[in-house]
Write a protein that binds this ligand. Structure first.
Ligand SMILES: Cc1ncc(COP(=O)(O)O)c(C=O)c1O
Length: 439
């Protein structure tokens, strides 16, 4: 496919990509999820070039990572400057680390006045779980069906997807899982128009049946990404917070993927004015440089004493400079506003496609994070993971990179870098529609 912004000259995988896939199969575990048959070479903004010289529009942002656009020149310069000075000094203080912490605190809601840096989202969620346990002196954690908090042990134990746990059990004791409001596939078979958040009533039953009186807190995502972009109905998170407060529990919001402008606000918690005790931040905060953090009320993080928490790579000078640069870019380029504006355009067109296509069961999302759920039949809602794979290949062949996630692997992830222009959005939607028509 050539013309417009993209140019795919070869049937995928192209010749060089094919060679590299072959070499790779001999030397690294083949455990990645299903991906387009493309070997990335470089990327700028929303455009990706593969090793065969094909160019694509990107709806993945890696995996919701490169929020400020691939290789934003100001981010690249900041990292280059940092690399020339100092790469790692563990916990010893640098000016860059102080500035990164100040920057992060400056964009967080006022009650979250302290933070701590790590490198990955899983490290941040593990730390949040530990902080809730240390602060409360208790060990039980409430989490949700479909939740994904990472692949390290406590994080996967709190998770509500079987995939990351398969073959690794038993998991960490003390996890109590309750239904998340998946209104397209309600686990309680309720209707969103009339349910009055029935799943929250279920919380009390779950606690009565499962808790030994050692509840520390609740960890929840503002929307569930890995489960297939499940967005709770408006007001649900506020009602959950009320429940948490009425039970005197600690509240962790896992914003590893929902923060840094993704939903159209800097943090998703801003939509309902939530006041979690701990927030986990990852992905977009480094926009490609491994960086993550927890932020919390100072009084909560005061439970950590000297030597209680550290990370070999967390807060390193390069990551710290990246955090400063990313916040500055986000502010200067008003990327949350762009996410809202372009997100609206994209969602409207995707919903139009849903009306016409027999394969799209649901389109949902906010800002620049949306899920397109593929089904075999719109009435039975039987998931269509094979169609998702086919669509990934077709879209790539036409010049658009997409991925699929979800409990059933049937939800197309629509999450371009937040710098996407209207022209890029429209062209990517044209490509998506063309691929959809060929399913
Ligand atoms: C909500 C959420 N929490 C935690 C993680 C884990 O982050 P990482 O893969 O950086 O460890 C992810 C990753 O997708 C995530 O989406």
């Amino acid at each position: 496919m050539t013309g417009g912004l993209v140019n795919v000259r070869y049937e995928l995988p192209g010749p060089r990509s094919k060679q590299l896939f072959e070499r790779w199969s001999h030397v690294e575990a083949q455990c990645a999820g299903y991906q387009a048959k493309v070997v990335w070479e470089k990327a700028l903004g929303v455009m990706v070039t593969d090793v065969d010289g094909n160019t694509f529009l990107d709806w993945t942002s890696g995996v919701l990572v490169t929020n400020v656009g691939h290789c934003h020149p100001d981010l690249v310069k900041a990292i280059q400057r940092a690399c020339e000075k100092l790469l790692n000094n563990y916990e010893c203080l640098t000016e860059a680390r102080v500035e990164a912490a100040e920057k992060l605190i400056s964009v967080l809601p006022a009650h979250l006045d302290k933070c701590f840096f790590f490198s990955t989202g899983s490290e941040a969620t593990e730390a949040a779980l530990r902080v809730m346990k240390r602060k409360s002196g208790k060990f039980e954690i409430i989490s949700f069906y479909g939740a994904f908090h990472g692949r390290t042990y406590a994080a996967l134990s709190a998770g509500g997807l079987p995939g990351p746990k398969k073959g690794y059990g038993p998991t960490v004791p003390g996890s109590i899982r309750v239904p998340y409001p998946n209104c397209y596939r309600c686990p309680l078979r309720a209707k969103p128009e009339t349910c009055d958040f029935l799943c929250l009533d279920y919380l009390d039953d779950a606690v009565r049946a499962n808790s030994t009186g050692s509840l520390a807190g609740v960890i929840v995502e503002p929307y569930q990404g890995a489960a297939g972009f499940i967005f709770p109905p408006e007001g649900w998170l506020s009602r959950l917070e009320e429940w948490i407060r009425s039970h005197n529990l600690l509240f962790t919001l896992d914003e590893v993927q929902s923060s840094f402008g993704r939903t159209g606000k800097f943090f998703a918690m801003e939509w309902e004015g939530l006041t979690p005790d701990v927030v986990c931040i990852g992905k977009g905060i480094g926009s490609g440089v491994p960086a993550s953090a927890i932020a919390a009320r100072g009084e909560v993080l005061a439970v950590l004493k000297s030597g209680d928490m550290s990370s070999t790579m967390g807060g390193n000078p390069v990551a710290s400079e990246a955090v400063v640069a990313v916040v500055d870019i986000m502010r200067r380029e008003r990327l949350e506003e762009n996410a809202l504006r372009i997100g609206r355009i994209m969602k409207d067109r995707l919903r139009e496609m849903m009306g016409k296509s027999s394969h799209i069961g649901d389109v949902r999302g906010m800002g620049l994070v949306m899920g397109v759920e593929l089904v075999k039949d719109k009435t039975t809602k039987e998931p269509a993971p094979e169609l998702a794979k086919k669509l990934i290949d077709l879209a790539a062949q036409h010049g658009l990179l997409i991925g699929a996630v979800g409990t059933f692997g049937n939800v197309i992830r629509v999450a371009p870098p937040l710098v996407i222009s209207e022209e890029q959005a429209e062209e990517s939607l044209d490509i998506f529609e063309r691929a959809l028509d060929q399913l």
